[in-house]
Design a protein around this ligand. Structure first.
Ligand SMILES: Cc1cc2nc3c(=O)[nH]c(=O)nc-3n(C[C@H](O)[C@H](O)[C@H](O)COP(=O)(O)O)c2cc1C
Length: 230
C-alpha cells in the first residue's frame, strides 16, 4: 500500500497541502479508483451524488495542456463555466495575496520578475505538469441548485485528502479549466455535464520548493460562534 498506513485522520488533514510540482512517474489506475471510492463516501444533498470525474493522463492531457497554453498566450478570454463574483477585496484579497507571497517567496520569484511570474501562471495552465488531471463535473439538470457546487466541493476536498492518505499530492485548481472548451473536447466531456474544477494529481516532488508551503488559516475563534454552550 502506498502512503503511511500509520497516519491518523488528523495527520492527513493537518499534513495535506497543495502540491504544484510532481515526479515524472505514473499513477496506477487502481490507486486512483481507490481514492475516488473513498472520496465518494462524501455526503450529498438527498444523496443525489451529482458529480462525475474525468481522469485524464497521457496524450489527451498533453493536448489539454497545449490547447490551454496556446489559447491563453493568444489572449483568448476565460471561458470557465462557473460564476466568479466580484474580484476579491478586503480580508479575502489579503489572504489571496498572502498565499501568493508564500508561494513566490518559496520559488524565489521576485515581485518585479514578470517573466518568472508568467512562467508560474503558465505552469498552472499546464496542470503543474502533473501526470494526472481529474476534471470534476456535475449533471447540468441540477445546475439551478447551490447544493450542487456545494456537493462537488465536499467530494473534491475528500478526494485530495484521500489521495494524500495514499502518498499522492493534488492541487484543486480553476486554472486547468480556464479554457473549458479545450478540456471538454480532449476529455470527451458530454454536453449534459457542467465543468466545475480541475484537480492535478501525482507523486509529490519533495525537492520542489512550493510544495513545502503551509498556508495559513484563520482561527476557530475567528471562524466559529458557539451559541448556548455557557
Ligand atoms: C476552488 C479552488 C480553486 C483553486 N484554484 C487554484 C488555481 O487555479 N491555482 C492554484 O495554484 N491553486 C488553486 N487552488 C489552491 C488554493 O490556492 C489552496 O488550496 C489554498 O491556498 C490553501 O492552500 P493548501 O491547499 O496548501 O492548504 C484552488 C483551491 C480551490 C479550493
Amino acid at each position: 500500500m502506498s502512503g503511511n498506513p500509520e497516519q491518523t485522520y488528523r495527520d492527513v488533514v493537518m499534513g495535506r497541502r497543495s502540491i504544484r510540482g510532481y515526479l515524472d512517474k505514473p499513477v496506477p489506475r487502481a490507486l486512483i479508483e481507490e481514492v475516488l471510492e473513498m472520496a465518494m463516501r462524501s455526503p450529498t444533498s438527498m444523496n443525489t451524488q451529482p458529480w462525475h470525474f474525468h481522469v485524464i493522463t497521457g496524450e489527451p492531457l498533453d493536448a489539454i495542456r497545449r490547447g490551454n497554453t496556446e489559447r491563453i498566450l493568444a489572449g483568448e478570454p476565460d471561458s470557465r463555466e462557473f460564476r466568479r463574483g466580484e474580484p476579491f477585496a478586503g480580508v479575502h484579497r489579503d489572504r489571496q495575496v498572502g498565499v501568493a507571497k508564500q508561494l513566490f517567496g518559496a520559488m524565489g520569484i521576485a515581485r518585479d520578475d514578470k517573466e518568472a511570474r508568467q512562467d508560474w501562471v503558465l505552469r498552472g495552465f499546464r496542470q503543474f505538469d502533473a501526470p494526472v488531471c481529474v476534471i470534476v463535473t456535475y449533471d447540468k439538470e441540477l445546475s439551478g441548485s447551490d447544493d450542487t457546487p456545494f456537493d462537488c466541493g465536499a467530494v473534491t476536498t475528500a478526494l485530495v485528502n484521500a489521495a494524500w492518505s495514499r502518498g499522492l499530492g493534488c492541487v484543486i485548481n480553476s486554472q486547468g479549466i480556464m479554457q473549458s472548451p479545450v478540456v471538454r473536447e480532449h476529455a470527451g466531456i458530454p454536453d449534459n455535464q457542467v465543468i466545475m474544477k480541475a484537480v492535478a494529481m501525482g507523486w509529490p516532488d519533495e525537492t520542489f520548493p512550493a510544495n513545502a508551503v503551509v498556508s495559513t488559516r484563520k482561527s476557530v475563534e475567528e471562524a466559529a460562534r458557539f451559541v448556548g454552550f455557557d
